[in-house]
Design a protein around this ligand. Structure first.
Ligand SMILES: NC(=O)c1ccc[n+]([C@@H]2O[C@H](COP(=O)([O-])OP(=O)(O)OC[C@H]3O[C@@H](n4cnc5c(N)ncnc54)[C@H](OP(=O)(O)O)[C@@H]3O)[C@@H](O)[C@H]2O)c1
Length: 260
C-alpha cells in the first residue's frame, strides 16, 4: 500500500481522489487551509483520512500531491522543503512546472507536474504530464497508477504543458458554456431541464466520439453542414462574429493569466 498526502482538498484534489479510491492500494490523507467542514465531508464521501497538520504525515508518505492554488506554492514549498526526504512530489497547479518544484525542494527530490481536468472525477481526464529530472522506476510506476486512475495522459515537456493547459485544463469550461446556451435554447421547445441537459450531453458525447476517430474536425463540420442548409446558416453567424479569432483570444487570455 502506498501513502499519498494531498495538500489541498478542493475541486481538483477531490476529482483525483475520486479516481484513486477506485484503486484499493492507496492510503489517502488529505489536508487543507483550515476548512474543517470540507475535510469532514471528504471523510464521509471518499473514506479518506484527514489531518490539520500535513507536516506530521510527510515522513512516511510515498507521494505528496499539491492541489493548492499556484500562489500558495511558494509558502507551502518552503515548509515542505524542511520535511521532505526524497518523497515524490506532484503538483497540479497551473503554471508551476517541475523546474519550479526542483528549484524549491532539496536536490534529488523526484517531482512531476500534472495538468488534469475535472473529468478526472469520472475517470475521463485527459491529463498532461511533465516529469522532473530525478524520477526513478518506482516513481514512474506510482505516476502511471495515478494517471490511469483518472483517465488518459500524454507525457510532454514542461513548456508544452504551459502551452497546452488552456486546451485540456480550461477548455472543458468553454464546452460547458456552449452547453449551457444549448440547454436554454432546448428548453424553449417546452422540454424539461432534465431532458434538455440529457439531449445536449448526449449530443456532445456523440460529437466527442466522432472526434476520437481522429478525423479532421473540418471534415466533420462539412459532414454536418450541407451547403445552403440549416447548419450552414448557423456557421455563417459564427463566422460573422469572428468565432475563430475569438477562440484565439480566449486561449491567449488563459496563457497571459498563467504567465502572471
Ligand atoms: N479546477 C480545475 O479544473 C483545475 C484544472 C487543472 C488544474 N487545476 C489546479 O488545481 C489547483 C487547485 O485548484 P482547485 O480548482 O481544486 O481549487 P479550490 O477548489 O479552490 O481548492 C483549493 C484548495 O487549496 C487549499 N489551500 C489553499 N491555500 C492553501 C495553503 N496555503 N495550504 C494548504 N491548503 C491550501 C484550500 O483549502 P480550504 O479547503 O481550507 O479552503 C482548498 O482545499 C490549482 O493550482 C489549479 O491551477 C485546477
Amino acid at each position: 500500500m502506498s501513502k499519498v498526502v494531498f495538500i489541498g482538498a478542493g475541486r481538483m484534489a477531490q476529482a483525483i481522489i475520486a479516481g484513486l479510491t477506485k484503486q484499493s492500494d492507496w492510503l489517502i490523507v488529505v489536508s487543507n487551509n483550515g476548512n474543517v467542514n470540507r475535510l469532514e465531508e471528504m471523510e464521509q464521501k471518499y473514506g479518506v483520512q484527514t489531518t490539520d497538520s500535513w507536516k506530521e504525515e510527510i515522513f512516511d508518505a510515498d507521494v505528496i500531491v499539491l492541489a493548492i492554488p499556484p500562489e500558495a506554492h511558494d509558502s507551502v514549498l518552503k515548509e515542505l522543503a524542511l520535511f521532505i526526504d526524497k518523497q515524490f512530489v506532484i503538483t497540479v497547479a497551473a503554471g508551476i512546472g517541475p523546474s519550479d518544484l526542483e528549484k524549491s525542494l532539496p536536490e534529488q527530490t523526484p517531482v512531476a507536474w500534472l495538468m488534469p481536468n475535472t473529468a478526472a472525477s469520472k475517470g475521463k481526464s485527459i491529463t498532461l504530464c511533465a516529469k522532473g529530472t530525478q524520477m526513478e522506476q518506482v516513481h514512474e510506476d506510482m505516476l502511471e497508477k495515478i494517471l490511469s486512475s483518472i483517465g488518459t495522459a500524454e507525457i510532454v515537456s514542461e513548456e508544452q504543458v504551459h502551452t497546452l493547459t488552456p486546451i485540456t485544463g480550461s477548455a472543458p469550461a468553454f464546452v460547458y458554456q456552449m452547453a449551457n446556451n444549448l440547454v436554454q435554447s432546448a428548453k424553449e421547445a417546452g422540454i424539461s431541464e432534465q431532458q434538455a441537459r440529457k439531449l445536449v450531453a448526449d449530443m456532445i458525447a456523440g460529437a466527442a466520439s466522432m472526434l476520437q476517430t481522429e478525423e479532421d474536425p473540418q471534415d466533420l463540420i462539412n459532414q454536418v453542414a450541407t451547403p445552403g442548409g440549416v447548419t450552414a446558416e448557423g456557421l455563417e453567424v459564427l463566422e460573422q462574429h469572428d468565432f475563430n479569432s475569438m477562440m484565439k483570444q480566449v486561449i491567449k487570455a488563459c496563457h497571459d493569466r498563467s504567465n502572471n
